[in-house]
Design a protein around this ligand. Sequence first.
Ligand code: HEC
Length: 114
Amino acid sequence: MTCSRLIMLAVMGLAYASQSLAANDLARGTEVFNGTCIACHGTDGSGNLPGVPDLTGSKGLLSIQDAVLLKRMADGFQSPGSPMAMPPRGGDPGLTDADLKAVLKYMRKEFQSN
Ligand code: HEC
C-alpha cells in the first residue's frame, strides 16, 4: 500500500467521524430543547410566556456570538426591565456545557430560518 493511499484512508475516516459527531450533537440538542427549554421557549422558539423573547429569525437573538449566548445560558440572564429571567442552564443543573453547545446548534438550525 502506498503512502498516499494510507493518507486518503485516514482523511476519509476523519471526515466520517466528524460527520457523525455533528449528527450526535443535533440529536442531543433536540433532546435537551424538548426536555428543558421548550416549556418557556415553545416548539417554534417564538416564546410561550410573557418576558420570553422570540428567538426566531436570521437576525434575531441567536445571531449573537456563541461565547455570549453560552455564558447567558449557563449562568442565567435577565435584561433590564424584563419581567422574567432566563434560569441558569434552563433550570436543569445536570446539563453540561456540551449539552448547551448542542442545544444552541439545534436552536440555530430550527429557528433562524423561521
Ligand atoms: C423558565 C423559563 C425558561 C426556561 C426553562 C428556559 N429559558 Fe431561555 N430565556 C427565558 C427568558 C425569560 C429569557 C429572556 C431573559 C431576559 O432577557 O431578561 C430567555 C432567554 C434565552 C436566550 C436569549 C439570551 C439573550 O441573549 O437574550 C437563549 C439563547 C435562551 N434563553 C436559551 C435557553 C435554553 C437553551 C434553554 C434550555 C436549556 C432555556 N433557554 C430554558 C426563559 C427560559
